[in-house]
Design a protein around this ligand. Structure first.
Ligand code: IPE
Ligand code: IPE
Ligand code: MG
Length: 247
């Protein structure tokens, strides 16, 4: 462990009110572009810079998990031009960011229906995941072709198959067992959810995992989301009283 790593770890340990897991609905790229009479895809490209900023900031602060909603199961219904553009951008992003992930001890993980992604994107995803799998500082979870309902449905199907095969009985299905069949198995639930773009909805993101997550919605469009605002939200999180149903 480098001295830099050690100091970051100490900082995380001493800052008990830093979220362990931050999840972000990165919304507003299209509106950012529209306001400038640019194509939506240019909004997504500009949004990639904000992605770099949040990854770096989380790594620097010692946040353990960052989950980014990059493409939903519903987003497949957008125009072919936009979907193709997003897939191209994703492939380029993974290729250019891989060295920094390796250098900064960042582990890439993906949640969602990755088998629906174009083959070249699947390839660069599995290469990056394999290359970074031993990294231990920050786990970056990309939600790609992800839908919370789809994830829960797949978990239900897997459990039903285990019951049918006689591996478990219906009464063995506990909350822990359901969680262990989700794409997020082994990952603690998010402490903080940020949504940019101003809409106050979940849009099928992490439906199971957000049960007791603190929400923060900002009207800032994702490409305009900067480090200063991210740090302010983390400060606001420190003041939240989390009761988890108790008094
Ligand atoms: C979020 O920005 C990125 C994706 C959903 C891929 P949008 O493309 O939804 O931007 P708006 O909401 O139309 O402004
Ligand atoms: C949520 O944004 C999905 C992502 C950020 C990837 P959307 O723009 O797709 O959600 P809605 O349509 O506003 O609910
Ligand atoms: Mg949107």
């Amino acid at each position: 462990m480098s001295s830099n790593d050690a100091s970051q770890q100490r900082r995380a340990e001493t800052d008990a009110r830093l979220p362990v897991h931050v999840a972000i609905i990165m919304d507003g790229n299209g509106r950012w572009a529209q306001k400038r009479l640019l194509s939506r895809i240019l909004g997504h490209e500009k949004g990639a810079e904000a992605v770099r900023m949040v990854v770096r900031t989380c790594r620097e602060l010692g946040i353990a998990y960052l989950t980014l909603y990059a493409f939903s199961t519903e987003n497949w219904q957008r125009s072919k031009a936009e979907v193709d553009g997003l897939m191209r951008l994703l492939r380029r992003f993974l290729k250019t960011e891989m060295p920094e992930m390796l250098q900064n001890n960042i582990r890439l993980h993906v949640i969602g229906r990755t088998e629906k992604l174009p083959l070249d994107v699947q390839q660069v995803l599995s290469q990056t995941i394999a290359a970074t799998q031993a990294n231990t500082a920050l786990q970056l979870n990309l939600a790609l072709s992800y839908g919370g309902r789809d994830e829960i449905t797949r978990a239900a199907r897997a459990l039903a198959a285990e019951v049918q095969a006689g591996i478990i009985a219906p009464e063995d299905i506990s909350e822990e067992r359901v969680a262990s069949r989700l794409d997020t198995r082994g990952i603690p639930d998010p402490d903080l959810l940020i949504r940019t773009g101003g809409d106050m909805r979940i849009s099928n993101f992490l439906l199971w995992q957000l049960a007791y997550t603190e929400f923060f919605v900002t009207s800032t469009l994702w490409p305009d989301f900067d480090r200063e605002q991210f740090l302010k939200i983390l400060d606001d999180f420190r003041t939240r009283e989390r009761r988890f149903g108790r008094v």
